[in-house]
Design a binder for this molecule. Sequence first.
Ligand code: UD1
Ligand code: MG
Length: 422
Amino acid sequence: MSNHKVAAVVLAAGKGTRMFSPYPKVLQEICGKPLLYYTFKTLKEIELEKVYVVIGYEAEKVKDAFKDEQVSWVRQNELKGTADALETTAQFLKDHKGSILVLSGDTPLINPTLLKGLIQVHQNSLKTAATVLTCSLDVAGSYGRIIRDKKGGLKGIVEAEECSEKQKKIKEINSGTYVFDNKVFDALKKVKPNPSNGEYYLPKVIDVFAREGKKVKTLVAENPAECLGVNTTDELNTAAKIMRQRIIDGFQQKGVIITDPENTYIEEEVLIGKETIIYPFTVIHSGVLIGERCQVGPFSHLRKGTVLEDGAGVGNFTETKKTRLGRNSKAKHLSYLGDAIIGADVNIGAGTITANYDGVRKEQTVIEDGASTGSGTVLVAPVRMGRRSKTGAGAVVTKGYNVPEDATVVGIPAKPVSNRRI
Ligand code: UD1
Ligand code: MG
């Protein structure tokens, strides 16, 4: 076992030609976050000395998307393939004493436990030149195929486009995740460019090591989903689906009740307290906080900046954005609540709308504890409803109006009524 810490290199310079999008592939999103976010999240679970990220296509955009990330950015000036991408880190890693974990920025489903296992396999015996993470797939598609010798040893990797008919049938594939040590930089020099496109392929370094009789090992991932590489929109959707399921499983294990996991869409970076029930066809975006014993859905849309305090309820066709709904407050039907601060025990009547945008500015609505709105109320922000105040059905509370505590306002524009029940 080496006492030196592991350095990681994330290859993220490619354009993602097969996505048919000008947007850099590693910034394509699943569950509300870019692909690269998940790689960084996983790497944070592993003890690493440093993380180098190789960027090239739209490098500034990629860097900007991860401003606060503790990583070192390295430029690959010309996108000459994955071997060349790793080569760009030679200047920083050629004297690195520990292992070097290399992974792709397009493999978001890999778990820390598997990466730790891969590092362990590499470090278990001295003098291992490379360890490759592989898995077995029924349809090996565009992945590189693992070529083994008669004794089962790793001989090399053949890219899908170079495969013979026989090699195409091989089910064991290269995940694009490897562990090396700094000798890889000498071996990289021996990788020849692919004759068809002039690119230097990193898997060819395995062939170099094998040819030279160096020890190369594999770890076969039990769950192939972890090795899914995202190259097409179809694969992006598959990755999103698996990630969505993982997110939901995580909540269910913490006591959140999700009645129909297949039809519930919860993004990354959402917090939900226990005993909260999420009904089907609900979409919850990144940056939403939900307390305990809340009820959400069916058909609710909770957008960034929504906070539901304990016991709050949001029902069908209610959309919330940058809105806090206080303890035990309810907005059960057909509402838009944007830029609103809503206190405790408030009842938002069916069809209540916060008109928060006047075409120029977004304005705030404040609804204090115990207030309630009648069906079809429009609150033209900025506006405030005092404690226990009420609006009648169809009221339009106009801009700048403060409904006093305990008052009831009705009509268009809404005006107070006194001593009268509505
Ligand atoms: C790669 C492997 C393949 C493996 C598969 C697993 C090569 C040649 N092939 O294929 O054996 O089965 O991953 O998913 O490596 N990149 C750069 N600079 C470049 C080119 C690519 O940084 O010049 C980055 C990309 O941004 C991407 C990663 O390297 O994150 C892999 O490149 P990609 O084009 O996706 O390779 P695959 O065809 O998927
Ligand atoms: Mg790929």
